[in-house]
Design a protein around this ligand. Structure first.
Ligand code: ARG
Length: 459
């Protein structure tokens, strides 16, 4: 395609290092769509003859049919998906195919294709995250009042409800989806028509191609447009943040599935056995979600470092933009799908969770709060009194709620029998009614709001 001034062909290794077809063939649908929009615009602007435009348009459809049926071959000599498609088009329609590249360069072509691809990737990730949110909402609803220990420092801190815990992840995913949407909005501008770097002298209509490809409008600076990969970096950053959230949930599943915790049993479908220890039931999928987050972050780092210090405008380094974006997309997609499957099918062992919540003196704060509220004790003093009660319960080997009133009164005479109303784990969670708190009524409100938001998205 560019051999006019060359006497010799490239060395075999040159050909290999130069080729992007082994990976950029994933963009073939976007490449065909971009070319069809371009040729229709050339026609409408009178830049090419209508009959040529019709021939090229039909030829592009025929090439697309071949790709869909047979796949896209790794033809290294043709370098990339753009040149392969033009070569295939030439086979189909002859020399007229050469008119397609009028007023266009592979630089604006690849920038356009890649934006279209990333835009689809955003939509796919968003839909998958919505499904994971639905799974979390459904399980949270079942367990709006199931008590478990809430942790800080991984130490039993205060009782919470499992529903509240699951909805925490729902909220993280809502932010992830917000980041995807922010990028989608910002990146939805068409580079097509920026040509190699400086624009073109042909009387093209960039608004028309932008509209045809579903962009909100054209980009405003041709140099920036052909060398901007912010949209890919923003997507990788959003994917990384999301993967970090998935990895935290995965880690909880790993911990909870371990024997000392025993908070969950993973379904057969989502665990694996050991080839040597028959009793094992390993949370491999959760571990791999945790592991994949590291690789996704690596993809983001790879592209950031690739882009660092590149002068305007296009440099071939930018061809390396696609593998990390494709890899992150695949890893994120399977991670979200696996997490969704695990959330949907896991059995929560609420008896074990409750026992753990009761074992850790997790209602100590409730006793302190009671002293403040009912006996007018300053919080710091109440904290000290409660510490002594915890010590007494620990020595007696009982829960706080099992300490006899006489023992409590020995610690502080202002304590009376009403205190037992706050010392159970159920009373504790029920009392946390502040907005965003763990009280079952608040959790149910949060679930209703989340459901309404999801409904609003889909109608
Ligand atoms: N395969 C190239 C890429 O993915 C297409 C753009 C090539 N442009 C050029 N001037 N060599 O970046």
């Amino acid at each position: 395609m560019w051999g006019g001034r060359f006497a010799e062909g490239p060395a075999a290794v040159m050909r290999e290092i130069n080729a992007s077809i082994p990976f950029d063939k994933r963009m073939w649908r976007q490449d065909i769509a971009g070319s069809k929009a371009h040729v229709a615009m050339l026609d409408a602007q009178g830049i090419i003859a209508p009959e040529d435009a019709t021939t090229i348009g039909a030829g592009l459809d025929a090439v697309a049919e071949d790709y869909a049926r047979d796949g896209v071959p790794d033809d290294l000599a043709l370098e990339d998906i753009h040149m392969l498609t033009e070569a295939r088009l030439t086979e189909k329609v002859g020399a007229v195919a050469g008119r397609l590249h009028t007023a266009r360069s592979r630089n604006d072509q690849v920038a356009t294709d890649f934006r279209l691809w990333v835009r689809d990737a955003i939509d796919q990730a968003d839909a998958a995250l919505g499904a994971l949110q639905d799974a979390l909402i459904a399980r949270a609803d079942e367990h709006a009042a199931s008590v478990m220990p809430g942790f800080t420092h991984l130490q039993s801190a205060q009782p919470v409800t499992l529903g509240h815990h699951l909805m925490a992840y729902h909220d993280m995913l809502a932010r992830d989806r917000g980041r995807l949407a922010d990028n989608r909005e910002r990146m939805n501008r068409s580079p097509l028509g920026s040509a190699a770097l400086a624009g073109t002298g042909f009387a093209i209509d960039r608004d028309a191609t932008a509209r045809a490809l579903g962009f909100a409008g054209p980009t405003t600076n041709s140099l920036d447009a052909v060398s901007d990969r912010d949209f890919a970096l923003d997507h990788l950053a959003a994917a990384t943040q999301c993967a970090l959230h998935l990895s935290r949930l995965a880690e909880e599943f790993v911990l909870w599935a371990s024997q000392p915790f025993g908070f969950v049993s993973l379904s057969d479908q989502w665990s694996t056995g050991s080839s040597i220890m028959p009793q094992k039931r390993n949370p491999d999928a959760a571990e791999l979600v945790r592991g994949h987050s590291g690789r996704i972050m690596g993809c983001m780092t790879a592209l950031m470092v690739t882009m660092k210090g590149l002068p305007l405008a296009y440099s071939k380094d930018m061809q390396d933009d696609k593998p990390p974006v494709f890899e992150a997309h695949d890893l994120l997609g399977i991670s979200i799908a696996a997490m969704t499957g695990m959330v949907e099918s896991v059995t929560f062992r609420t008896d074990r969770m409750r026992a753990a919540a009761e074992a850790g003196f997790a209602t100590a704060t409730d006793l302190a709060d009671w002293l403040v509220r009912e006996a007018g004790v300053p919080f710091r003093e109440a904290h000290h009194i409660t510490g002594e009660a915890v010590k007494a319960a620990e020595q007696a080997g009982v829960a706080l709620a099992e300490l006899p009133l006489a023992a409590l009164k020995r610690i502080d005479a202002r304590i009376d029998e009403r205190v037992y109303g706050v010392l159970t784990v159920d009373a504790s969670v029920a009392s946390r009614t502040s907005f965003g708190g763990t009280a079952p009524m608040r959790v149910r409100e949060a679930i209703a709001a989340a459901r309404a938001a999801r409904k609003g998205e889909t109608t």
